[in-house]
Ligand binder design. Structure first.
Ligand code: NAD
Ligand code: MG
Length: 382
């Protein structure tokens, strides 16, 4: 029996790589549901090729277009955010890959967990916004969450076969394209410069987050919830070559790490196949010609976003949700040249000060916190 996979965000960077994995292992997996926000043409091409049972176009304005294109196919076509939740609940679906970007991932992920699905989690924003709630729900519903984020997959792999407690997580970071930039130089960087990541080819939002290091801050929060460790036991280490994808230190001082060529298909595939590893044709490390592996301390002065994420985690409650919402606003504003690179942290910090704080937010509270923080951040940019 092939496992049926629902890919939320099949047209994105993670989504398209997941389809490569499925194609490579067509004897084991099938793409059962494909979804996109607005890239209708790519979604249609993917549907014709992979013949899923259903597709969802989140942007309702494009529904008719997609439906017409697939009219002679045995493929259900849906539109809207609610449909994302409904398709993952389908009893045929085995695995839900959350490869959509931002807060929009929260509701469908919760729906998939409540439907007891195996979650291959790429959408880290879900755990940033609602880590406590989502991990508790996953426990109650016996819905395993398998990390797709390369660092978290590395930590997960380092923990395979281990029973002992974690002493410390070593979360590696490439440092992004501005690792060596001075504060003065950071003042004038452009979106085009930020979008050129040295090691990874990713979607625009996460690439900007990598340049500001907010991505690493989010990954600290993600690691806390996935592995049940305190923020003080997570050490961020800048490792520009992105060969060591992260590591775990145990109580005897032993450190286990996972290494490899930077390629997201490795963690995607493992999130599907765990506890087994499948063969792959992906590039192998070339030990004789590898650049040297180097390590640095992150600079929280130049990369304020990382410090703000730690602060949000320390405050807990709704604060990470506020930071995520403000970050989504500034991230887009920076890409649209409505906000300078260093202003992103300023706006986020101001939003943290002004937003209503909720200590034990429910799912509904989080939607309100998200909306309020977006308003505050957008006003402040103006
Ligand atoms: P992307 O921008 O390339 O793709 C995003 C996908 O989500 C697209 O298919 C898009 O249509 C869909 N989408 C966007 N907004 C939506 C909305 N409001 N409703 C429904 N669908 C929507 O992004 P990506 O780089 O593939 O990243 C996806 C997620 O994976 C993010 O949470 C990111 O942080 C995480 N992630 C990505 C990488 C990577 O290498 N790209 C690595 C680690 C984690
Ligand atoms: Mg990562």
């Amino acid at each position: 029996m092939r496992k049926k996979i629902a890919i939320l965000g099949s047209t994105g960077s993670i989504g398209t790589q997941a389809l490569q994995v499925i194609e490579e292992h067509a004897d084991l997996y099938e793409a059962y549901v494909l979804t996109a926000n607005s890239q209708a043409d790519l979604l249609i091409r993917q549907a014709l090729r992979f013949q899923p049972a259903a597709v969802v176009i989140a942007d309702e304005a494009r529904y008719q277009y997609v439906r017409d294109a697939l009219a002679d196919q045995p493929i259900q076509v849906y539109a809207g955010q609610d449909a994302l939740c409904q398709v993952v609940e389908n009893s045929e679906v085995d695995i839900v890959l959350t490869a959509l970007v931002g807060f929009a991932g929260l509701r469908p992920t919760v729906a998939a967990i409540r439907a007891h699905k195996q979650i291959a989690l790429a959408n880290k924003e879900t755990l940033v916004v609602a880590g406590e709630l989502v991990t508790r729900l996953a426990m109650e519903n016996h819905a395993p969450i398998l990390p797709v984020d390369s660092e978290h997959s590395a930590i997960f792999q380092s923990l395979m076969g281990e029973e002992s407690e974690i002493e410390k997580i070593i979360l590696t970071a490439s440092g992004g394209p501005f690792r060596k930039f001075s504060k003065e130089e950071l003042q004038t960087v452009t979106p085009a410069m930020a979008l050129r990541h040295p090691n990874w080819d990713m979607g625009a939002k996460i690439t900007i987050d990598s340049a500001s290091m907010m991505n690493k801050g989010f990954e600290v929060i993600e690691a806390k919830w996935l592995f049940g460790v305190e923020a003080s036991d997570i050490q961020v280490v800048v490792h520009p070559q992105s060969i060591i994808h992260s590591a775990v230190q145990f109580r005897d001082g032993a450190v286990k790490a996972q290494l490899g060529v930077p390629d997201m298909r490795v963690p995607i595939q493992l999130a599907f196949s765990y506890p087994y590893r499948l063969a792959s044709q992906f590039d192998r490390l070339d030990w004789y010609h590898m650049a040297s592996l180097t390590f640095e301390e992150p600079d929280l002065e130049r990369f304020r976003c990382l410090a703000l994420a730690f602060e949000a985690l320390r405050r807990g409650g709704s604060m990470p949700c506020v930071v995520n919402a403000a970050n989504e606003v500034v991230n887009l504003a920076f890409r649209q040249e409505q906000c300078q690179f260093l202003q992103m942290a300023e706006v986020i910090e101001t939003t943290m000060l002004r937003a209503t704080f909720v200590q034990q937010p429910s799912l509904d509270d989080l939607f309100q916190c998200d909306a309020e923080a977006r308003r505050i951040a957008a006003e402040f940019i103006k």
